[in-house]
Design a protein around this ligand. Structure first.
Ligand code: CTP
Length: 399
């Protein structure tokens, strides 16, 4: 149900705009208030009058409409909503959003908002597959924009493929999921994930086998409980979750900078497998093979991101959680690690090759806090993530 929720519906200029009229009805049936914003191009497909009549609300169209600004300015318009929905999100609107343009009312409210944004792309399949659109799509995903569709099927232009706007009821389901009030609503949680790559020279690097699966699952579970998640990820082999703000990095130093720029946070979870060392002097040119000579790699220590954040004098997140990947004496080593780093909880796991945990779908963890160690049975990484997110919600709720 969407009772009491206010949705700002931005209708873009595409043939699918007619479906947005039905979307207004479906959202209202569930109790939502729908305030439509029409782009100039949208008016070629649907009339402001039909949008207004179905929404039983004023329709907003122009950035410089003095009457509208006197009644409700564009900033207020975007802040007053619980969610912004762009349907249909045309290739042009997506490009504007990704590029940060603000040259009409729709793009300006999208830039000015402090609320989540859900887009329902709709366009010709070649336009959808165009590298520019795909680049914009991943930039928007990285900004935490939620995406529903497009679907595959016959298109108005006579072609067949992906590009049809999601059906109104599918968009309604995505709206409901986005507006679900969870226990972490209003909380900002930072998650690091994946391996780091430390360059040896321009073509070689030092890496590790972390897939990023556990960190990704944790970020997804936190977002599912309503948290605003910043996801700082090294080059992981699994894609980042939807609906979180992604900061992609390569090295440990970049990860530290990204973490620091994302603070403050209510909680921070450090699931990344950060390389402990980097090259003391990274070679600017590719190291050449010389007959009979072996190169010597000289290392220097990377900053410890978890320890740095745990030991912050001011602005430390209320809850800091680290991971410990051990191959022996798991609890003993992890307990010592918790004390050494100064974090609140350590999630310890045994990554001996025979466990199949690193790179696998399951995890068996022991959570170590001030009160001692609690061993969780072996379960899917998604389940570990959900259980941990629930614990975070409990801890933040108490605070
Ligand atoms: N960590 C970090 N920055 C580093 C190294 C590690 O933030 N430069 C974090 C990891 O994200 C993880 C925890 O610290 O939460 C792991 O600690 P680490 O000292 O790397 O231990 P392990 O890799 O588990 O093992 P070891 O101590 O044996 O190296």
């Amino acid at each position: 149900m969407l009772a009491g929720k206010r949705v700002l519906l931005i209708i873009g200029g595409g043939i699918a705009a007619f479906k947005s009229l039905d979307l207004i009805r479906r959202l209202r049936e569930r109790g939502a208030t729908v305030v439509p914003v029409l782009t100039r191009a949208a008016e070629q497909f649907v009339t402001p009058l039909s949008a207004s009549a179905l929404a039983a609300e004023k329709v907003y169209r122009d950035l410089f409409d003095l009457t509208d600004e006197a009644e409700m300015g564009h900033i207020e318009l975007s802040r007053d909503a619980d969610l912004l929905v762009v349907a249909p999100a045309t290739a042009d609107l997506m490009a504007k959003m990704a590029g940060g343009h603000a040259n009409d009312l729709a793009s300006t409210v999208l830039m000015a908002t402090d609320k989540r944004v859900l887009i329902a792309p709709a366009m010709n399949l070649r336009m959808w597959q165009n590298p520019a659109t795909q680049r914009n799509l991943s930039a928007l995903r990285g900004d935490g924009v939620l995406v529903v569709g497009p679907n595959e099927g016959d298109m108005a232009c006579g072609e067949y493929g992906p590009g049809r706007m999601a059906e109104p009821l599918e968009i309604v389901a995505a709206v409901e999921a986005a507006l679900m009030d969870g226990p972490l609503k209003g909380k900002h949680v930072l998650v690091t994930s994946g391996p780091t790559h430390e360059p040896i020279d321009p073509v070689r690097y030092i890496a590790n086998r972390s897939s990023g699966a556990q960190g990704t699952a944790i970020a997804r579970a936190l977002a599912g409980l309503g948290a605003q998640v910043t996801f700082v990820t090294g080059p992981a082999s699994v894609p980042p979750p939807e609906g979180v703000a992604v900061i992609a990095v390569q090295t440990a130093q970049q990860m530290l900078e990204a973490v620091q720029s994302a603070l403050p946070a209510d909680a921070a979870i450090f699931a990344a497998a950060v390389a402990d060392w980097r090259m003391a002097e990274g070679a600017v040119q590719k190291i050449k093979k010389e007959v009979g000579k072996l190169p010597t790699l000289r290392f220097t220590e990377n900053p410890d991101i978890l320890a740095t954040v745990s030991q912050m004098q001011a602005g430390r997140p209320g809850l800091v959680i680290g991971f410990a990947a051990e191959t022996e004496n798991v609890i003993e080593h992890a307990t010592a690690k918790r004390a050494r780093k100064g974090c609140d909880w350590i999630v310890a796991n045994d990554v001996s090759p025979e466990t199949g945990i690193m790179g696998g779908d399951e995890n068996a963890v022991t959570v170590i806090g001030a009160e001692g160690a609690e061993a969780w049975p072996r379960m899917g990484k998604d389940e570990v993530a959900r259980k941990l997110a629930a614990r975070v919600a409990e801890a933040l709720g108490d605070g």
